[in-house]
Design a protein around this ligand. Structure first.
Ligand code: CA
Length: 240
């Protein structure tokens, strides 16, 4: 089945809301209770999302691996492959945002879900308005970064595992160096100002920073190559 054929099976939602902003958002719902699955899909489409559905974990994983969804609503107890295993396998290749649908009073399930790589959860039976709010927040937070590995020439940044390699060899970075590299990598091709870097990477109460950014950039260059991070005088830094 090609992507084209596949998409034809599902109407792209009412597309009347949010001035087109979420009309091109595509959501996967993996849920084995037929009424809940149908209801969720219908409500999401009414909100303007494009919605794909799976009633078991195996098919859910297949779709999740083969399409770039903006978010996945994932039930935990599923036939063929449970939500944990689906998530564990998916995280090997993708960091698509996942919102878990968990059972009431299953605190341990929620902790396990977050540890396995879920981004958030709602407890059944959930309020639809709350679900939509969490979904929007999730999509905002993760804005279109659906592949976990960013390739930058010889350098590969795995944003799921938070690891970096150069020419296939692992490179050891401090937490700050990693955060700086990841931010520049996510904004590759754009000059990122020093102000923006400070705002995103450093605690605002930390006052001894004026030269530290340069130190981190200098260390990253030593580890990854001097040309790897460019300086735009008076503007900021850039990875081309
Ligand atoms: Ca279930």
């Amino acid at each position: 089945m090609t992507a084209e054929n596949y998409r034809l099976q599902f109407p792209p939602g009412s597309a009347t809301l949010a001035a087109g902003l979420i009309a091109d958002m595509r959501i996967l719902v993996v849920e084995d209770e037929p009424d809940l699955l149908r209801g969720l899909a219908k409500s999401l489409r009414e909100e303007g999302y494009a919605v794909d559905t799976s009633a078991d974990g195996e098919e859910g994983l297949y779709k999740a691996e083969n399409w770039d969804y903006d978010a996945i609503l994932l039930d935990v107890m599923l036939p063929r492959l449970d939500g944990w295993e689906l998530l564990r396998r998916l995280r090997k290749s993708k960091k698509t945002p996942v919102l878990l649908l968990t059972a009431r009073d299953a605190a341990r399930d929620r902790v396990r879900g977050l540890d396995t790589g879920a981004d958030d959860y709602v407890v059944k039976p959930f309020d639809l308005m709350e679900l939509f709010a969490r979904l929007r927040a999730l999509i905002r937070r993760t804005a279109n970064q659906s592949s976990a590995v960013i390739e930058l020439g010889e350098v590969a940044v795995n944003t799921a595992a938070r690891t970096v390699s150069l020419g296939g060899e692992p490179v050891t970075l401090t937490a700050r160096e990693y955060a700086l590299l990841e931010y520049l990598a996510l904004h590759r091709g754009s000059v990122v100002s020093r102000t923006e870097l400070y705002e995103h990477l450093f605690d605002e109460n930390d006052e001894s920073l004026s030269n530290l950014l340069d130190v981190h950039v200098s260390n990253l260059r030593k580890k990854l190559g001097h040309e790897f991070i460019g300086t735009r005088r008076g503007q900021g830094y850039v990875i081309e």
